[in-house]
Ligand binder design. Structure first.
Ligand SMILES: Cc1cc2nc3c(=O)[nH]c(=O)nc-3n(C[C@H](O)[C@H](O)[C@H](O)COP(=O)(O)O)c2cc1C
Length: 147
C-alpha cells in the first residue's frame, strides 16, 4: 500500500498530529509520505492507494482556504478506489468543533472509500495516543480488505 498524509497547519497543532500519525504508520512498514498542502499537487493523488487528510478548522466551522482545492479534487472526480481518512485539530470552544473534519468526512464518504476520522482538541496529548492508534489501524484494516 502506498500512503500519503496531506495536511495544513498554522499554529502547529495539526502538524504535530500529522507527524505523530506519520510515525505510527511508518512503524507498520507502510510506504508513507507526508506533505504540507502547499507542496502537494492534486495530480499526485493517483499515485497513492490511501490518502490521509489533516486540517484545522477556521471561521465558523469552515474548511481552510488552502484545503479547498483538495476538497474539490475529490468532489469533482470520483475516487471510489482510494482509501481515505481525515483528521484534524480544533477548539471545542467553537460551536462547530472540528467542522472542517466533518465537512471532509461527509464529502469523502460519498466520493471515496472513507476508512476513519479523528478529532483532537488543540495540541495532541498523551490521552489521544490510543485514538491515534485506532485511526491508523482502521486505515490498515480497510486496505487489507481490498487485498
Ligand atoms: C479565527 C479562528 C477560528 C476558529 N474556528 C474554529 C471552529 O469553528 N471550530 C473549531 O473546532 N476550531 C476553530 N478554531 C481553532 C483551531 O482550529 C485550532 O486552534 C487548531 O488546533 C489550529 O490548528 P493548527 O495549530 O494546526 O493551525 C479557530 C481558530 C481561530 C484562530
Amino acid at each position: 500500500m502506498k500512503c500519503v498524509i496531506v495536511y495544513t497547519s498554522v499554529t502547529g497543532n495539526t502538524k504535530e498530529l500529522a507527524e505523530n500519525l506519520y510515525q505510527s504508520i511508518l512503524s507498520k512498514e507502510v510506504d508513507i509520505q507526508i506533505y504540507r498542502i502547499e507542496q502537494f499537487s492534486t495530480t499526485y493523488l493517483n499515485e497513492y492507494d490511501a490518502i490521509v487528510i489533516g486540517t484545522y478548522t477556521w471561521g465558523n466551522g469552515q474548511v481552510p482556504q488552502e484545503m479547498r482545492r483538495l476538497y474539490r479534487a475529490f468532489e469533482m472526480f470520483e475516487k471510489k478506489d482510494k482509501i481515505t481518512a481525515v483528521f484534524g485539530t480544533g477548539d471545542s470552544f467553537y460551536p462547530h468543533y472540528c467542522g472542517a473534519v466533518d465537512q471532509f468526512r461527509d464529502m469523502l464518504y460519498v466520493h471515496s472509500n472513507l476508512a476513519a476520522t479523528l478529532k483532537v482538541e488543540l495540541f495532541p496529548q498523551q490521552q489521544d495516543e490510543k485514538r491515534c492508534q485506532k485511526f491508523v489501524q482502521s486505515i490498515f484494516e480497510r486496505a487489507q480488505k481490498l487485498v
